[in-house]
Each structure stands twice: as structure tokens, then as C-alpha cells.
Design a protein around this ligand. Structure first.
Ligand SMILES: CCC[C@@H](CC(=O)O)C(=O)C(=O)O
Ligand SMILES: [Zn+2]
Length: 372
């Protein structure tokens, strides 16, 4: 019931912005994977809601529903992007399943036993569309993840300049965040999953088209989510597969509890730094409008029509470097600071001992029989 409610609520609560392209109005609740942990809803509120400031100041996730942050991007369907993104190259990841677990390429090269979960290609956007068409006949899935850069065409530059920079810059300066480090353009197939991980930057995650289910876990659930060692190619990524958890290796995963938000076009989710998040592209409840069909019908008769291409979701994130460490450390230290301390200890011990394999032995020697 709550799903349908949520779905209808999505329909009732926010009249979609008047975009020239028919906006997918809802998602298919049946496309939402079920997990064993309890979930509460992340609050959704207007940019003018008096509670918003406090939630961001206290590093609490929140969905801002009417920020107009990426309003000019709401028309970014594949046809528009193909016509306007220019001839730059785009990183496209491929996976044999629906999981796109991030890994550090350089570290992977040094780790002979490491099995790469995805492969990466650098292709022109039109090639990405051709790759999408091929996904219709295979179980292979792809996910374009590319930092927006100055290779984009003039129309995309105009759209970008008309993002609601006043909104994000006001928060950036009030929170004393560092620079905007990048905007990542994310275009993936429905069903794609970015498995649970944390980032060391603040993130305004803006949904452009389609729907994504976002599961967030507070930084103090580090013990329940068992991240890989910091020297591992999958540093910051959890070792736990929500779809097939190994409770023998990860018993405390039973204690994990999430907050959830389903974001649609125009929604912006604040993902505070160090907060764990898993992001899942949902199935839209209506046929997907990539914008080619009217081309095919019209005089210019493009060789592509919408049915050839599987539905996708589009997001743009805004990663900000964190604010500087406070002059005065307040005790008890925050969960974020605790994670940062653990990371520094892991790095230092690994470096001093010359091998990450020595980290566990040394830390156990310090703790066993003395601190426990
Ligand atoms: C590579 C970044 C992927 C993104 C999640 C998603 O949209 O799949 C995310 O994790 C973030 O914005 O931090
Ligand atoms: Zn992330």
C-alpha cells in the first residue's frame, strides 16, 4: 500500500515542471528490489521550508523538490544530448549483471587477484546510443558516467549556466564547503544499481529523467557495512551485496537500517559526505520518450526511433569538497570524523608496515587482551 501511496503521492505532490517534452510521470513499484533491513523515508520538502537549513547544517539527507537546480536539463533526452553534447568522449561502464561497483583502475592493476566487476570504454555519445540499442538483445548492461567538461556544445553550456547556481552557491558558502569539484552526468539503463558506498565529498544529487531509488545509511553504520580495506581497489565500497548478503562474514549487517527516497525529474537529494548510499534506477511506468520518434516521423527522418533504445534514467550530481576541519575538535567526535580517523590509521599502518596484509596483525596485537 505504502508503495502505491508513494506512487500516487509522487503524482499528486509535485506538479511536474512545464517541460516541452512529456515527462515520465511515475515509476513501476514492482521494479523496486526488496531488502531485509528496515527503511524510513527521507523527508521531502520545498526549498523554502524553514527546516531545510537545519537538516543540511546537521548533515541529514533531504530531498528538495522545487529547487529548479537543473531545470534547463529537464529537456535532456537522448536526441537532444546526441545533437548538443558535441564530439567529446564519454566513459561508459559495462556489466554482466546490473551492478556497477566502482573500483580504482590504478589499484586494480596492482592487485592480480582482483576480478574487475565492470569494464570501461571511452566512446562518442552517438556510439553510446548504438551500445544501448545492442543492450536490447543481450544481458549486458551499460552506464555512462562522465564529468561534464568544456567539450560540450553551446546549447549544453547555456543549459548549464542556467542551472540554479544561486541555490547551491548560497549553501556552499553558508556551509563553508570547498569548491565544486565536478558535475557527473549519469545515464544508465533501468534496473542498473550503483552498490552501497560512501564518498568523501558533499553531494547534491539532481534527478533529470526517470526515477531512482536511493538508500542511505548514516556514517555510524560503518560496522554494519564492512567496507573494503582503504588500500583495496574498492575502497569506500561495502563488501555486502544487499541482494545476497553473506551473514557469516558480515554478521552486523543484520543491524543496518536505511533511509530511503525515490527521486524523480527535478528532485535534488542531498547526500552528506561519508553517508553510505545505494542508487537504483527504477522502471518507468510509461513508454520512454528519447525524442527520436518525432524525428523519425518528421522530414529529417532520423534512422533511430525510440523503440530501438531501452529506457534510461538521467542524473547530474554536484560534488563539493568538504569544509575545512574545525579549529576546535568537539568531543565526542562525529561519526564522519571517526571514519576519517579509521581511514588515516589504516593508511598509516599500511604504509609503515609496507603491506596492507600487516595492518590486521598489528592492530590486533595492539587491541587483543589490552583494549578489549
Ligand atoms: C559514480 C556515481 C554514481 C552515483 C549513483 C548513481 O547515480 O548511480 C553516486 O554514487 C554519486 O553521485 O555519489
Ligand atoms: Zn556516490
Amino acid at each position: 500500500k505504502s508503495r502505491e501511496m508513494c506512487d500516487e503521492q509522487m503524482l499528486v505532490e509535485e506538479p511536474m515542471s512545464d517541460s516541452p517534452i512529456s515527462m515520465n510521470q511515475s515509476y513501476d513499484p514492482a521494479s523496486i528490489p526488496e531488502y531485509p533491513f528496515p527503511m524510513e523515508q527521507i523527508p521531502r520538502m520545498s526549498i523554502n521550508d524553514p527546516r531545510l537549513q537545519h537538516l543540511i547544517e546537521t548533515s541529514q539527507p533531504v530531498v528538495i523538490t522545487d529547487s529548479q537546480l537543473v531545470q534547463p536539463a529537464l529537456k535532456w533526452n537522448l536526441r537532444y544530448l546526441k545533437s548538443n553534447l558535441g564530439d567529446g568522449l564519454y566513459y561508459v561502464y559495462s556489466s554482466h549483471n546490473n551492478r556497477f561497483k566502482y573500483f580504482d583502475k590504478e589499484r586494480a592493476k596492482q592487485c592480480s587477484s582482483f576480478k574487475q566487476p565492470t569494464t570501461r570504454k571511452e566512446v562518442a555519445f552517438s556510439d553510446f546510443i548504438e551500445m544501448l540499442k545492442k543492450c536490447n538483445e543481450s544481458t549486458e548492461r551499460i552506464y555512462l558516467q562522465q564529468t561534464l567538461n568544456d567539450t560540450v556544445g553551446p546549447n549544453i553550456v547555456q543549459d548549464y549556466l542556467q542551472f540554479n547556481w544561486h541555490f547551491v552557491s548560497r549553501i556552499q558558502s553558508k556551509m563553508q564547503w570547498g569548491d565544486l569539484s565536478s558535475n557527473l552526468l549519469l545515464i544508465g539503463q533501468e534496473g542498473n544499481i550503483t552498490p552501497v558506498h560512501y564518498d568523501e565529498q558533499e553531494n547534491f544529487f539532481a534527478q533529470v529523467s526517470g526515477f531512482k531509488r536511493c538508500l542511505l545509511f548514516s556514517p555510524d553504520q560503518f560496522e554494519c557495512l564492512y567496507p573494503h580495506p582503504v588500500s583495496h581497489p574498492c575502497d569506500r565500497q561495502s563488501q555486502v551485496n544487499f541482494s545476497n548478503p553473506d551473514y557469516q562474514r558480515f554478521p552486523k549487517f543484520r543491524d543496518a537500517h536505511a533511509v530511503e527516497a525515490i527521486v524523480g525529474p527535478g528532485d535534488v537529494l542531498y547526500i552528506p559526505m561519508y553517508w553510505w548510499h545505494q542508487i537504483e534506477s527504477l522502471a518507468s511506468a510509461e513508454p520512454y520518450d528519447h525524442g527520436f520518434t518525432d524525428d523519425a516521423a518528421s522530414s529529417c527522418g532520423s534512422d533511430t526511433s525510440d523503440e530501438d533504445i531501452p529506457p534510461v534514467t538521467v542524473s547530474v550530481n554536484f560534488w563539493y569538497r568538504s569544509s575545512p576541519l574545525p579549529q576546535q575538535i568537539e568531543y565526542p567526535i562525529s561519526a564522519q570524523q571517526r571514519v576519517s580517523v579509521m581511514r588515516n590509521i589504516e593508511k598509516m599502518v599500511g604504509a609503515v608496515m609496507g603491506s596492507p596484509d600487516e595492518v590486521a596483525n598489528l592492530l590486533r596485537t595492539i587491541v587483543d587482551g589490552r583494549y578489549n
